[in-house]
Design a protein around this ligand. Structure first.
Ligand code: ZN
Length: 352
C-alpha cells in the first residue's frame, strides 16, 4: 500500500513538473499529430456516491473531475462526434491533430444525471454503449451485486459470528471464502473486495448468480438499496440524451464476454443488439464496444457482418485513420490517475 502511494506521488510530481515547463503540451503535439485519442469513461459520481458505490474505482470519476476533463478537451483538443470519427476511419482521412472522442461504457444512470449536464455545458458530443437488457431494468451487473453483498457479509459476521460457516460454504465455490478472514473493514479492505470479486473472469456466470441469490437470501437484502447508486438508464433517458447530441452504440444484450460462449451464440448476441437498438433509437447504430473489452478476429468479423461500422476495445493507445476500425483502442479514464490537469494530460498522451 505504501509503495502504491509512493508511486502515485512520483507520478504526480513528474506530471506536474513536465506540465509546468511545457513538456506535456509538447508531447501532446508530437504524439497526437494526425491522431485521435478515444476516452473510455464508465461512471460519473458525486463524492457521496463514490463513498457508497459497489463499482470498482477503475471505472469511476468524480463529477467535478469530469467537468475539469471536459474543459481541458474543449480547450486543447478537437472533439469529434462518432459519425465524424468513423468517417475519418472509413475514408482514411487523417485525423486533425489532437482529435478526441468521448465514450462511456454500460449506460449507467449517472451518465444521464451527472455527465449529461456537463457535456451540454461544454457542448461536447459523446457516445454511450448500452448493454441492451440492462437498460430500463432493475437488474445490476454481478460485479456490483457480489461486491456489495460481500461487504455486507463482512459487517454481518461482526454482529453474528455464527454466520461465518454458512458464508464460507456459500463463497467457497467461487473461491472467495478467504475474504471472510478480513478483520476490520476500511478503505483498503474495500478495494481488496473489489479486486478479488473481479479477479477470475473465467468462472461460470451461473455460479456467480447462484452465489448472489444465496447471499441475498441469507443477508436479507433488498435489491432496491443497490439501485440508488448503481443502476442503469431507462429508455426515456436514452431518448432525451439523443436529443442533446449524445449517440448510442451496442454493448451486447447481457454484457457477457463474447469469447466465452459458442460462436453461434455470440453471433446471436451481436445481431440482437443491433436489431433492438436500431428499432429503439429509430436509426441504424454504428458503433459497438466489446463487453469486458474481450475480442477475437472472429468476433470482430461478426460485429462487422452485423452492420456495425466500428468497434471499440479496452486496449490502450492512440488511433490513426488507417488502423483497423473493428479493434479501436481507447484510454480508460478513472479518478485516481486523472485528478489534476497534468495527470489527465499525461494519461492522454500515453505517459502513464
Ligand atoms: Zn461494460
Amino acid at each position: 500500500m505504501y509503495l502504491a502511494r509512493f508511486k502515485y506521488l512520483v507520478k504526480l510530481l513528474v506530471a506536474h513538473g513536465l506540465y509546468a515547463i511545457g513538456v506535456l503540451q509538447l508531447m501532446q503535439r508530437i504524439v497526437l499529430r494526425r491522431r485521435a485519442v478515444v476516452l473510455m469513461y464508465h461512471r460519473v459520481l458525486t463524492e457521496e456516491e463514490m463513498a457508497v458505490t459497489a463499482s470498482h474505482p477503475a471505472i469511476v470519476v468524480k463529477r467535478e473531475t469530469f467537468a475539469a476533463h471536459m474543459e481541458v478537451l474543449k480547450k486543447r483538443f478537437h472533439v469529434m462526434t462518432v459519425d465524424q470519427f468513423i468517417e475519418h476511419m472509413e475514408r482514411k482521412i487523417p485525423f486533425e491533430d489532437s482529435s478526441c472522442l468521448v465514450t462511456f461504457d454500460d449506460g449507467w444512470k449517472d451518465n444521464f444525471t451527472h455527465a449529461l449536464p456537463i457535456l451540454r455545458r461544454f457542448h461536447i458530443p459523446a457516445l454511450v454503449f448500452l448493454p441492451v437488457n440492462f437498460i430500463g431494468s432493475n437488474r445490476f451487473f454481478w460485479q456490483e451485486q457480489l461486491s456489495s453483498l460481500i461487504k455486507r457479509a463482512l459487517g454481518a459476521i461482526k454482529h453474528d459470528p455464527m454466520l461465518r460457516n454458512r458464508l464460507t460454504n456459500i463463497l467457497a465455490p467461487i473461491e472467495l471464502a478467504g475474504l471472510l478472514e478480513i478483520q476490520s473493514y476500511n478503505r483498503d479492505t474495500d478495494s481488496l473486495v473489489n479486486d478479488m470479486v473481479r479477479k477470475d473472469k473465467t468462472i461460470d456466470i451461473a455460479l456467480f448468480n447462484d452465489t448472489i441469490k444465496q447471499l441475498t437470501a441469507l443477508l436479507n437484502v433488498e435489491p432496491d438499496e443497490l439501485l440508488k447508486t448503481d443502476g442503469f438508464m431507462d429508455w426515456g433517458q436514452v431518448k432525451s440524451m439523443t436529443e442533446y447530441g449524445v449517440a448510442f452504440g451496442g454493448h451486447g444484450m447481457e454484457h457477457r464476454i463474447l469469447m466465452a460462449m459458442p460462436i453461434a451464440e455470440a453471433n446471436q448476441e451481436i445481431h440482437e443488439t443491433k436489431k433492438i437498438l436500431d428499432t429503439r433509437l429509430g436509426q441504424a447504430v454504428s458503433a459497438f464496444s466489446y463487453p469486458n473489452g474481450d475480442w477475437s478476429p472472429e468476433i470482430a468479423k461478426l460485429v462487422e457482418k452485423a452492420g456495425f461500422r466500428a468497434a471499440f476495445t479496452t486496449e490502450p493507445g492512440h488511433v490513426r485513420c488507417d488502423d483497423d476500425r473493428f479493434t479501436v483502442r481507447r484510454i480508460n479514464i478513472y479518478e485516481h490517475d486523472t485528478k489534476t490537469t497534468p495527470l489527465f494530460l499525461a494519461r492522454l498522451v500515453g505517459l502513464f
